[in-house]
Design a protein. Sequence first.
Length: 537
Amino acid sequence: MVLVFVLVVVAIMALAAFTFCELMLTERKASLLLGNRAQARQSAHSGIEMVAAVLSQDQETIDGAGGLLDNTNLFRGVVVVEDSSNPGRVTIVSTKLDETGVPYFGLENESGRINLNTLLEIGDEDEAREVLMALPNMTIEAADSILDWIDEDDTPREYGAEIDFYSQLQPAYAPKNGPLDTIEQLLGVQGVTPELLFGADSNYNGLVDPGELQTGEDSMAEFTFATEGSPAGGIARWLTLYSVEKNLQADGQPRINLNEDDLQQLHEKLKEVLESDWATFIVAYRQNGPYDGDGRTEEIRGRELNLEDSEEAEESQPQRVGEEEERSEEGGDSDQRGGPPQQENASAGKKTELENILDLIGAKVRVTFKGDRQPTVIDSPFSKVPGEMSQYMPKLMDAATLDDSATISGRINVNLADPIVLAAIPGISESTVERIIAERELNVLDADESRRHATWLLSEGIVDLEEMKKLMPYVTAGGSVYRFQSIGYFDRGGPTARFEVVLDASEDTTKTVLLRDLGSRGPGYPLELLGTDEQAE
């Protein structure tokens, strides 16, 4: 009996020990899993900090490292956790896809999207509606309702809805009547459904994956993007709230406002960065405006304008060019008034303001230079010949602006925007969109310097001068806000972490304007695509 009792006790103790060991092993696995999950999240956050550090560099350094759009060396499979058995990595992915449907390893410029928060600044409400109607599957009711949702008044558009409509719903709520904070706020708008806004892309990887298309009454067959393997086309893919660009020259200095009041100061600033005759013509244009008459034109080079800024000149309010000539012909007293006619100075009279920088192209100005008695007609140094435009345009557009703001919001990057976004630009033709797509280089590194400004459309003959003037308020080739996904993972599998991020690099310090945890939606991409040590080898 004692032997049997001892055997039973030993068996119970062995079972208890085994259970304890199993429990400890499970706890160890749980601890490792928890640690790996935390490490994956920190790896993803490290990726965000890495991108912020890259964006803090100057453009020349960024270009030298391979750029931001598609840079496998910089953004794919970066080792964060040095572990020979299972290294931890981070990969930066853009939901923008290449021609084969593979995502770029890099950043998506937000200026390639339509900025809803600046939409009401576009012309009249009909133009704003047309911008939205260019998006796939958009209805006129949804378009007008979106505009009503973000405008400040309570008057509904023809097909829209305001507080009178939303107050009758259960539960009742009010429209935003102001800038949106998140794209998801559109889900409260009449006519905007989750399917319209986000499409079939439930895991946010930019593609319609197997199983994401539902059937039955929830079928998405009515939507043009509902094809397995195709890019996911919810309208959120082409919308943003954040697009901003720096209003700076390539060297980081502020651009020169051609409409500033002090013409003497303007002339000095322009001579520092532009050709002397360019500066002279621009200031002469500001003094007298364009000249439409006839007359023999002369060279500007070496000539000086009268830009003296004195109290005496300000009190005398000199006559505009041509008035002295008329007085002389009528037997007036121009010679008795102190010599040759003088040009308006920087303080006197009303100056001409440029409405568009491109107004300088092919213009003429009549001006009286220092030491001359008669006015001279001068041609613009900015020729209309496309081949010559490509020589001067990059320098002019880099140095000059008509906006004093440190940043400019809402313009669309013609180098990067999808065809759908390009087609939404007010006043652009279908043929122009087709030519842009056919001739542009998505990676500016592969293009010449002139492609760094939207005016390459003009200098390369895609649009004419008048068309370019109409497009200028809406287009750019820049942008300082970037969207990407940062994915932390391990080579041998395990937990992953994924964040959607929007970083604003338009100021001295890069700031995060959107951080969305996508971890519950899975990694979104296979490890083979993200990069492991096998690919590295």
